[in-house]
Design a binder for this molecule. Structure first.
Ligand code: FE2
Length: 255
């Protein structure tokens, strides 16, 4: 069983690049399921029904999000009819959308869970306790976790906490791919951050000059998506069909 997990897709440029690259990659690598983080897929940040549809039409099966999930009003109703677009599970139950999705692959079921970190981020429910509760009710051989978090330490700690309980824990949010992909001692695939899908010459997808001005002046500055060549950063997970554990994790940067 092969699963591709793709880092934060940035705006129209990232969506278009993913559409250019993903179909061929899926065919060549015989990928069964594709998961992408789409919380920055809309033009101007957040996620819109149009950007979610673009990713799904390009071959993404499940879309995860993060701290920008509710930035655009238009997505709220979309959640009601599109379960495969999920928001972090540690938001309050009353928040729009669901924190996990179970993909029915016919002879197998695969659960995708999205969580938000709480170090240097919103004070949501504890991601560790949220996972304990979810694992009590989710009964799937394959479980994949997108942990959208700022702190590397928090991401690694959750990886070890879930080692042996889920197929893989991957980090998103920092938009910088880390070179620490590994299989943890009990068989869970792990990487601190998948990276992003968007312009290479940028600061996390944004025009560097905008960020330099913001940091130098501390004044409000309009952030525009950078232009130029793109890259799609992701990992390919090969999961054991008997145990659901991760046999291989391969870090990819597609240009
Ligand atoms: Fe984020």
């Amino acid at each position: 069983m092969k699963v591709l997990m793709i880092g934060d897709v940035i705006s129209q440029l990232g969506c278009d690049f993913l559409r250019q690259k993903l179909p061929q990659l899926k065919r060549e690598m015989k990928i069964d399921v594709v998961i992408a983080n789409g919380e920055n897929s809309a033009v101007g940040n957040g996620i819109l029904p149009t950007s979610a549809k673009s990713l799904l039409d390009s071959g993404v099966d499940i879309i995860t999000t993060g701290n920008h999930v509710y930035k655009r009003f238009e997505i709220l109703n979309y959640f009601e009819e599109n379960d495969q677009v999920i928001r972090p599970a540690n938001f309050p139950d009353s928040a729009s959308g669901k924190g996990y999705y179970i993909y029915d692959g016919g002879y197998y079921q695969l659960a995708v869970i999205n969580l938000l970190g709480t170090s240097f981020m919103e004070p949501l429910a504890c991601p560790f306790e949220t996972m304990d509760k979810l694992l009590e009710k989710i009964d799937c051989k394959y479980i994949l976790v997108d942990f959208h978090a700022e702190a590397t330490g928090e991401k690694k700690a959750l990886g070890y906490y879930l080692d042996g309980k889920v197929s893989a824990v991957v980090g998103t949010h920092t938009h910088v791919q880390t070179a620490d992909e590994q299989i943890l001692p009990q068989g869970t695939g792990f990487i601190t951050d998948l990276g992003m899908t968007g312009p290479i010459d940028s600061v996390l997808g944004v025009n560097p000059q905008n960020v330099i001005t913001r940091l130098r002046t501390h004044m409000p500055t309009r952030f525009e998506v950078a232009e130029g060549k793109c890259r799609m950063e992701c990992v390919l997970l090969e999961l054991c069909e008997k145990t659901g554990k991760c046999n291989h994790i391969t870090r990819l940067r597609i240009e």
